[in-house]
Structure formats: structure tokens, C-alpha cells
Design a protein around this ligand. Structure first.
Ligand code: SF4
Length: 384
């Protein structure tokens, strides 16, 4: 959706960062002393969720810039680190949890790049691998159209070894590098083209079948456009990742998901994009799950959608999930399809239990932190 209204916190001093956004949006900001003005404006709409997607609020993040992903104690967690640079999204997926997460949901851009960079210096100084993502509360690359932050983050991660806070390493190779993961459903990659990224940024696409993209992922890029952008990034030397999340169960979904996998790996002469397995750092899989209140929002905002009507049970984290044998059956099909093209590629589950891991992948990362260590190893293998 197009941003139509721009608010700016009047406590923020205009600077290069804010001028850039204002220029790119082409909108005249309304300066507000209190965020309540913005929230009241959004809430006055018949559809505050849509209004929130068209209303950008340039403000400050008064909380932590860096957070550990909350995960849950019941399902295996990947120990992700969240870089909190903004909230919400201009695209409109029926299943998006952010619709129910923020009250009201508003597109917020947090200014203060110095604060972000100094928080990152604090991470780099620990000489430990952090997998850092900006795509937890927003889409990482919707911002690329209006902000120079994504490109600056790529440069920041590329230069981590020379950070004055980082302990020197002898061999010249980087020990325990951290990586930035930019996760998106857009094709907004132009400003990332000529950056010396030093392979410390992973550009990740959430993928789904053309039929789910059409029915449930409004305003997102098509599957072909996402894979074309991924191929370009591969040619620019970036490492890639793919997230099949949410996998949606419907008649014929298995063959549709296999076709998506074929499109990733098969070469151009067979109609695929020929992405090399060694360019991919990881692929994650997660079937559709949702907190019960999201169902009402989907019914109200996406009356055509059938996504919330399936064989669901309540999981240990109170989220609705597909009945376990159905999840396992779909995972097995997808894993075996990926293995045909990329036997050694790291595939993992987001928020699944032991039985699902063992029956679908043949092992379970039992020890605390084990999944995180597997992902870190893949960073060492692919990003150094
Ligand atoms: S792209 Fe992601 S953040 Fe944006 S609406 Fe879809 S699920 Fe939500």
C-alpha cells in the first residue's frame, strides 16, 4: 500500500536521516508532540489496520534496539537476535500476526542510526556469532524505498572485523562472524547492488506457492519476481536464505510446494532460477499457526480467505496449529524435495517439537542452544 500520510515526532531534530525519508515519500510531515495524535488518526478509520499501513510515523525507539527473539519453552528456538528498526508493513498478508500485535498497528520508522550502530558495536565486541534480523516486527526491505538504513546496515556488518571494539584476529579470517539477515517479500534490492558486503548479509525471501501468494499475500511480489531478485543478489555475491513460513495446507499443496522448490534450484533451461545450494545459508519451514484472536481479523478483513479453516488443534503455546500428522506429512514431502537438489543444505523448523523433527528431518537438536549452534556453523561455512 502506498504511504499517504506522514507524521513526525516533533521532539526529533530534522537531520539527514529524516530529510531522506521525507524526500523519498514526497509527503509533507505533520509534526506531533504526542503519539496519541497518530493513534487516534489511525483508530478513527473503519479499517485501522489498512490505515496503519498507509500512515508513516517517524519517531524514536524508546526501548531496546537489540532484543533476543522470545521463542517459547515448548518448541525448539533458533536463538535469533532482533534489531528493532521499525514496525508494521505496507504489504497486506491475511495471516500477518502484526495486525493483532500492535494496538493500533502503525507503520513506524525509528530514527537514530548512531544508537543502532553503537548497539551493533556492542555485539561485535563479544566475538560471538549473532544472527541479527530486522524482519521480526516489519518486513526488512519495505524500508529500502524510503530509507538508506538497509544499505548502511549491510556496510556496518561488512566492516565488523575492523570495528574498534572487536578483538583482533591473527589469521585475517574472521572468527565467529555475525550476520545480518534481511527478510522480505519485496524485490527492493537496488540500493544493495554495489556494496562491498563482505558476505556478512544474508538476503532472505519468504516463499509460498503462487496460489497462496495470490489469495493471501496482497501487495507482495510474485514468486517469480522474488526468485529473480534472489538470483540477482546471488550474482552480487550475497548469501541467501529462504523461509517457507507459513506453509498452508490445501488440496494439491504438496505438488505446488515441490514446484516452488524446483523453481529455486532447476536451471533456466528447465524454467528454474538455478540458484546454487552453496549460496543458501539455510531454509526454514513452518506451517501456519495463529493466536485465536487473529481468526476474527482475517474473517473481517479478508472475507474470501479460507486460511483459518483447517484441521487445527491448540498447541502448547496456545497457538492454533494444523493437526500434527498433517504437518509431518507435508514437511516430509518438502524436505525430501529440497534434499534432491541440495543434500547438505541446512533445513530447520521454526517452532516445532521433537516428534516433528525426528519424523521429518531424522534428528532433534535436543540440547539447549543446539539449533542456534547449527545455524552459526552454517554462517561460518557460507559467510566467511
Ligand atoms: S510481508 Fe510480513 S510483515 Fe508484511 S504483511 Fe506480510 S506477513 Fe506481515
Amino acid at each position: 500500500m502506498k504511504i499517504e500520510t506522514l507524521f513526525m515526532d516533533s521532539h526529533i531534530k530534522p537531520c539527514e536521516e529524516t530529510d531522506y525519508i521525507i524526500e523519498k515519500t514526497g509527503l509533507k510531515p505533520e509534526y506531533v508532540k504526542d503519539s496519541k495524535v497518530v493513534y487516534d488518526y489511525v483508530n478513527a478509520s473503519d479499517d485501522p489496520v489498512s490505515k496503519g499501513k498507509q500512515t508513516l510515523y517517524i519517531t524514536e525507539n524508546h526501548g531496546a534496539v537489540i532484543k533476543q527473539c522470545p521463542g517459547t519453552s515448548h518448541y525448539t528456538c533458533c536463538d535469533y537476535t532482533i534489531l528493532h528498526t521499525g514496525t508494521f508493513c505496507t504489504m497486506d498478508c491475511s495471516y500477518c500476526i502484526l495486525q493483532a500485535y500492535f494496538h493500533p498497528p502503525v507503520l513506524q520508522y525509528f530514527t537514530g542510526q548512531e544508537k543502532i550502530f553503537s548497539a551493533l558495536d556492542g555485539l561485535f565486541a563479544q566475538n560471538k556469532t549473532f544472527r541479527v534480523g530486522t524482519g521480526e516486527f516489519t518486513d526488512s526491505l519495505i524500508w529500502e524505498k524510503i530509507s538508506n538504513l538497509p544499505a548502511k546496515l549491510v556496510k556496518k556488518f561488512a566492516e565488523q572485523q575492523s570495528s574498534k571494539f572487536r578483538m583482533p584476529v591473527q589469521s585475517g579470517s574472521m572468527i565467529n562472524p555475525s550476520v545480518l539477515e534481511l527478510k522480505t517479500k519485496t524485490v527492493n534490492i537496488d540500493s544493495l547492488k554495489d556494496i562491498d558486503h563482505n558476505r556478512k548479509t544474508v538476503i532472505a525471501w519468504s516463499l509460498n506457492t503462487p496460489s497462496i501468494i495470490k489469495s493471501e499475500e496482497k501487495n507482495t511480489a510474485s514468486l517469480g519476481a522474488r526468485l529473480k531478485a534472489a538470483k540477482k543478489c546471488e550474482q552480487w555475491g550475497y548469501r541467501l536464505a529462504f523461509h517457507f513460513d507459513p506453509l498452508v495446507i490445501y488440496d494439491g499443496c504438496e505438488s505446488d510446494y515441490k514446484e516452488v522448490i524446483r523453481s529455486i534450484f532447476a536451471d533456466a533451461s528447465s524454467g528454474g532460477f538455478g540458484i546454487l545450494p552453496e549460496s543458501i545459508v539455510w531454509i526454514s519451514l513452518g506451517t501456519f499457526r495463529f493466536m485465536p484472536p487473529l481468526k476474527q481479523i482475517i474473517e473481517k478483513r479478508f472475507s474470501h480467505s479460507k486460511i483459518a479453516y483447517g484441521e487445527f488443534i491448540t498447541g502448547l503455546d496456545n497457538k492454533m496449529r494444523y493437526f500434527k500428522p498433517l504437518r509431518i506429512a507435508l514437511y516430509q514431502e518438502i524436505v525430501s524435495s529440497i534434499r534432491q537438489y541440495a543434500p547438505d543444505l541446512l533445513v530447520y523448523f521454526c517452532m516445532e517439537d521433537r516428534e516433528v523433527w525426528e519424523k521429518s528431518l531424522g534428528f532433534f537438536p535436543e540440547k539447549e542452544g543446539e539449533l542456534g549452534q547449527m545455524l552459526d556453523k552454517s554462517v561460518l561455512k557460507r559467510c566467511c
